[in-house]
Design a protein around this ligand. Structure first.
Ligand code: HEC
Ligand code: HEC
Ligand code: HEC
Length: 478
């Protein structure tokens, strides 16, 4: 059981431990100064910004590793892949790449030696990068990044899945041919810039769009239909929710300013970042210009809602009254009262910018309960950002609560304060998550999202997507 004192101690410990990370500017630009004479400094700086937009650093840096030297573990259903060294080291990195080689790797996923890379590298989205942006980024990687002589790790994938030639067939089948740069059919220049950022460098759909049977992303732009940005599969047991304009589980209740602020600081009054998105904010979006953040928000808000069920309604006040009366007779309410209410409050409204509200929170009411179960079991860390430099943590309860108690608390939250999420979690769901890391299945639940989870068995245990390791909570953002 947590009292106010314990909470305050927890919060202050987190702040102590996490003060470090705040101010990190454009990294590495100062290295390589000797090589930079002949290259255009402004071009390198622009390239550094394009690399920020594309979040190359989060994937191409190992936990505790040197920037861009590769080695981050990325789990996939067929085995573990490692990101590669993209520093300009001539032997181990991409120092020998010409602009043409580099462009081919970014847009087509083809290495200098001709082999195709696994689509864990988001080249289907990066194909949208304009010629100018690629040129600038090339200058940055060649002259603004410190070379590191570190050998690449071979993927842990066994035969026959380790052969690379099928990857070229996969590319031919699933990767659409795109025109680089802005979509000329969008008349509002701000929305067009936002569309470019989200679907090109930002590669938001890699996590926020569901994938099909062959792990292909189901849609790369709004023109591809309702699946696009409608919420993805669990990535390391974090669900990337829908970014469509639905008012229950999408961004319908978020203003443009909310979205821009969330991407800049990782927290707004009614939400806080965690999981894979924490890395996106810490390594990438907090460095985006305000104009780019607003363009992104405007584009996201310009997309129509998609059909879905009703997961949120009027709060009848019953849950709050039950908690205020001590929660007696309701197992979930009792667990909540003794372990959670101190931070998230009896009425589920939380504390602005510290403890996120649970009432109406898309993470809580979204069809798939995996993120919910995961954060209650293992905890979460809200990363420090330049505009909100303290880190705040949600403690994990795996050592304090039984599987049944965690399931009860999650079920209680999903049906309280107006929340009307479908399904009921069992103790067995939590035990599986805790011991094998398997996401919670929605099989048999009456869910509206007919994503892969609804009828697909879980053939690969880990989930049907690429899961890069998360730096947040381990490393300072680079
Ligand atoms: C979501 C993770 C992710 C992001 C983001 C990402 N990459 Fe990659 N990249 C990878 C992985 C994984 C590989 C290796 C895949 C393989 O072994 O088949 C790779 C391969 C490459 C290669 C092929 C060359 C080589 O060393 O084998 C280049 C070049 C590259 N990435 C550059 C970039 C650049 C530049 C950016 C930013 C614009 C970027 N990557 C962003 C995951 C990522
Ligand atoms: C590595 C996977 C990943 C990528 C890439 C990614 N996201 Fe996310 N995103 C998540 C996860 C997981 C969550 C849920 C956790 C949270 O709310 O912080 C999330 C949550 C969000 C939310 C909050 C939604 C809500 O209802 O709570 C917004 C807004 C968002 N992402 C926008 C973006 C944008 C814009 C991009 C592209 C620039 C992007 N994301 C790229 C994984 C990702
Ligand atoms: C010490 C304060 C504290 C306690 C106690 C606490 N939480 Fe949290 N909770 C947080 C913080 C801080 C976050 C944001 C973490 C992040 O974003 O990484 C959070 C996030 C969450 C989220 C995700 C919502 C979102 O949008 O980020 C859920 C769900 C949640 N808590 C449920 C619970 C439950 C259930 C309990 C009790 C079993 C509990 N919390 C106890 C502080 C707390």
């Amino acid at each position: 059981m947590l009292n106010a004192l314990t909470r305050d101690r927890l919060v202050s410990e987190m702040k102590q431990g996490w003060k470090l990370a705040a101010a990190i500017g454009l990294m590495a630009v100062s290295f390589g100064a000797a090589h930079a004479q002949d290259a255009d400094d402004a071009l390198i700086k622009r390239g550094a910004y394009v690399a920020r937009l594309s979040d190359c650093v989060a994937c191409h840096t190992a936990l505790h590793g040197q920037p861009f030297a590769g080695g981050l573990e990325i789990k996939s259903p067929i085995g573990t892949i490692y990101s590669t060294n993209i520093t300009p080291d001539p032997k181990y990195g991409i120092g020998s790449y010409t602009l043409e080689d580099f462009t081919k790797a970014i847009r087509k996923g083809i290495r200098k030696d001709g082999a195709t890379v696994y689509p864990a590298m988001p080249y289907p989205e990066f194909a949208r990068l304009s010629d100018d942006d690629i040129k600038a980024m090339y200058a940055f990687f060649m002259h603004g990044v410190k070379p590191v002589a570190l050998q690449n790790k071979q993927p842990d994938i066994s035969w026959p899945m380790n052969m690379r030639w099928p990857l070229a067939i996969w590319r031919a089948m699933f990767v659409p041919t795109v025109t680089p740069g802005l979509d000329k059919s969008i008349s509002d220049p701000e929305v067009a810039r936002g569309e470019y950022l989200v679907n090109g460098p930002g590669h938001c759909g890699e996590c926020h769009t569901p994938r099909g049977m062959a792990m292909q992303v189901k849609g790369y732009t709004a023109k591809d239909g309702n699946a696009y940005l409608s919420g993805g599969a669990p990535i390391d047991n974090w669900i990337a929710p829908s970014l469509r304009s639905n008012s229950d589980t999408g961004l319908g209740r978020w203003s443009e300013d909310d979205i821009a602020e969330f991407l800049k600081s990782g927290r707004i009054d009614h939400s806080a970042v965690f999981g894979g998105m924490a890395d996106v904010v810490a390594y990438s979006t907090q460095h985006w210009s305000d104009d780019d953040l607003h363009a992104t928000a405007k584009y996201l808000k310009s997309m129509p809602a998609v059909p879905e069920g009703k997961n949120f309604g009027q709060d009848d006040g019953k849950a709050t009254a039950l908690l205020e009366a001590g929660g007696k007779g309701d197992a979930g309410a009792e667990v909540y009262l003794h372990n959670c209410a101190i931070c998230h409050m009896n009425d589920g409204t939380g504390v602005n910018r510290m403890f996120p509200p649970l009432a109406g929170n898309p993470v809580v009411i979204t069809d798939n309960a995996t993120s919910m179960a995961n954060i209650v079991t293992f905890g979460g860390i809200l990363p420090p950002t330049n505009t909100a430099p303290s880190a705040v943590a949600m403690p994990g309860f795996r050592d304090h609560l039984s599987d049944q108690q965690i399931a009860d608390a999650v079920n209680f939250m999903r049906k309280s304060w107006g929340n009307q999420a479908p399904g009921t979690l069992s103790a067995a769901d939590i035990r599986k998550l805790r011991t094998t890391g398997a996401p919670v299945s929605t099989a048999g639940w009456n869910v509206s999202s007919k994503g892969w989870m609804a009828y697909m068995p879980q053939p690969y245990g880990e989930g049907w997507t690429f899961s890069p390791q998360t730096h947040t909570g381990v490393d300072e953002a680079q």
